[in-house]
Design a protein around this ligand. Structure first.
Ligand code: ADP
Ligand code: MG
Length: 261
């Protein structure tokens, strides 16, 4: 019931079908990795789960906590504990990181019970320390002038502060140098709990050396074409995506006639 269950999802973007019958389950307490070539629909899936208005669900269901998210407003999805870390985090000028995060926390609490400012500041300091983020960043405008790595750490800080139940991390590893990657991965491992499911979207298997996936799904052209354990990710690392594409081509061909000798 607390799982994220996606069934036969078809999604159109600007009139073009991008997800073509995708089914996937993410269990609580699990890390499900979603890997696939560029343009296969990974970010489309992430945006669709969060309720981005440009992504039209033509068919299918997204179940979480007994509700079909397709029928739930985007801000309500966030209050239900669904969190998305963006592949391309946005700059929010004029809003300090600490105010931004406090507002996000309060948006999920009853209006008459905001988090006490002192408690929040203490929590934020601890979490920034865990993610090795300079405390001075709390006073800076969200993502303004942040390096790629700093933006990604900030995304994970947001996750640490919001404590979601279903976290979707869209290529949080891309553009990170090895130290930043380790820090981010450690952060994810520390935050991981029985109460949280994680959909870890990645193009490369590199981050999976640090965050061990319970299951690996491969998406190609808007569909899951393979599911396996972490060894599947290693095979992709070694051989790339080509062999999967070839397998798919083979499977799609009508049975070849036996050759005459
Ligand atoms: P991935 O994250 O796996 O690289 P995306 O989900 O970003 O793939 O993109 C899948 C396909 O959908 C691509 O062909 C991309 O060009 C198209 N697409 C995604 N978002 C948009 C958009 N906002 N407008 C037009 N096309 C889009
Ligand atoms: Mg993407």
């Amino acid at each position: 019931m607390d799982e994220l269950v996606i069934k036969d999802l078809h999604v159109n973007v600007e009139g073009k079908e991008i997800l073509k019958g995708l089914s996937l389950t993410v269990k609580k307490g699990q890390v499900a990795a979603l890997m696939g070539p560029n343009g296969s629909g990974k970010s489309t899936l992430a945006y669709t789960i969060m309720g981005h208005p440009g992504y039209e669900i033509a068919k299918g269901e997204i179940w979480f906590k007994g509700k079909n998210l397709a029928q739930v407003e985007a801000d309500e999805r966030s209050r239900m504990g669904v969190f998305l870390s963006f592949q391309y985090p946005q700059v929010v000028s004029g809003v300090s990181l600490s105010n931004f995060l406090r507002t996000a926390v309060n948006a999920r609490r009853p209006e008459d019970d905001p988090v006490p400012v002192v408690d929040f500041a203490k929590q934020l300091r601890e979490k920034m320390e865990m993610l090795k983020i300079d405390p001075a960043f709390a006073g800076r405008y969200v993502n303004e002038g942040f390096s790629g790595g700093e933006k990604k750490r900030t995304e994970i800080l947001q996750m640490a502060v919001l404590e979601p139940e279903m976290a979707i991390l869209d290529e949080t590893d891309s553009g990170l140098d090895i130290d930043a990657l380790r820090t981010v991965a450690e952060g994810v491992n520390r935050l991981k709990s029985e109460k949280m499911g994680i959909l870890l979207i990645t193009h490369y298997q590199r981050i999976l050396n640090y965050v061990t996936p319970d299951v690996v799904h491969v998406i190609v052209k808007g569909r899951i074409v393979k599911t396996g354990g972490k060894e599947l990710a290693l095979k992709l690392e070694e051989k790339g995506y080509d062999w999967i594409l070839k397998e798919l081509e083979q499977a799609a061909k009508p049975l070849a006639r036996p050759k005459k000798r």
